[in-house]
Design a protein around this ligand. Structure first.
Ligand code: 5GP
Ligand code: MG
Length: 178
């Protein structure tokens, strides 16, 4: 379907499932090549990256571990600023080569937060892998190692990404209709 409604907004088809799958295969091939004979620890950032991760790992041929973490927002007690903390990481990261799996990098603030948190646990190396990247929105200086697709500065939904909690189950990517 070319146009859909998610909650109160209209979205139009933007990236069909077949294109998403092609770009995921390319990312997996690159990781397989670069981590040949390594034993990386993948950390999938929930909720958004769950669908990407499921399809990506079907193509990953490495001996590897896969873990899941989630960003939780805390209201600071003394300030009004929101503090984000990575929760659910049980694995020992010390000395490991870590690959972070994200759904989308927009301003880069979220991934920058995650990198800082993981760095505190002394990994040997951190690589960043994202399915979608909005280069025009980037505000932080982050090096992204694996990118599925670069997209313009539009709000997208589907394939794990939500609009107000809905739309994650859509196999294609839709963008907000003008
Ligand atoms: P950043 O911190 O890089 O600005 O944003 C990262 C987070 O914002 C993503 O993990 C995602 O949750 C959300 N986000 C950014 N752009 C979009 C978008 O186009 N659609 C959806 N659904 N979420 C987005
Ligand atoms: Mg996210």
């Amino acid at each position: 379907m070319a146009t859909i409604t998610v909650k109160d907004k209209q979205f139009s088809l933007f990236i069909p499932a077949s294109e998403i799958q092609e770009s995921i295969k390319k990312v997996a091939d690159k990781i397989n090549l670069e981590f040949n004979n390594e034993k990386p620890l993948f950390i999938v950032i929930l909720n958004g990256a769950f669908m990407f991760a499921a399809d990506l790992f079907k193509h990953i041929k490495l001996d590897c571990e896969i873990s899941f973490a989630k960003l939780a927002s805390y209201e600071g007690t003394k300030s009004t600023s929101k503090v984000k903390k990575l929760i659910g990481l049980a694995e020992n990261i010390n000395g490991r080569k870590v690959i972070i799996i994200e759904d989308i990098i927009d301003t880069g603030i979220t991934i920058d937060n995650i990198i800082q948190e993981i760095k505190q646990q002394n990994p040997k190396q951190i690589k960043i892998c994202t399915l979608f990247f909005k280069p025009q929105a980037l505000q932080k200086k982050v090096e992204i190692d694996y990118i599925g697709m670069e997209i313009p500065n539009d709000f997208i939904v589907g394939y794990g990404l939500d609009y107000d909690g809905q739309g994650r189950n859509l196999p294609d990517i839709y963008k907000l209709a003008e």
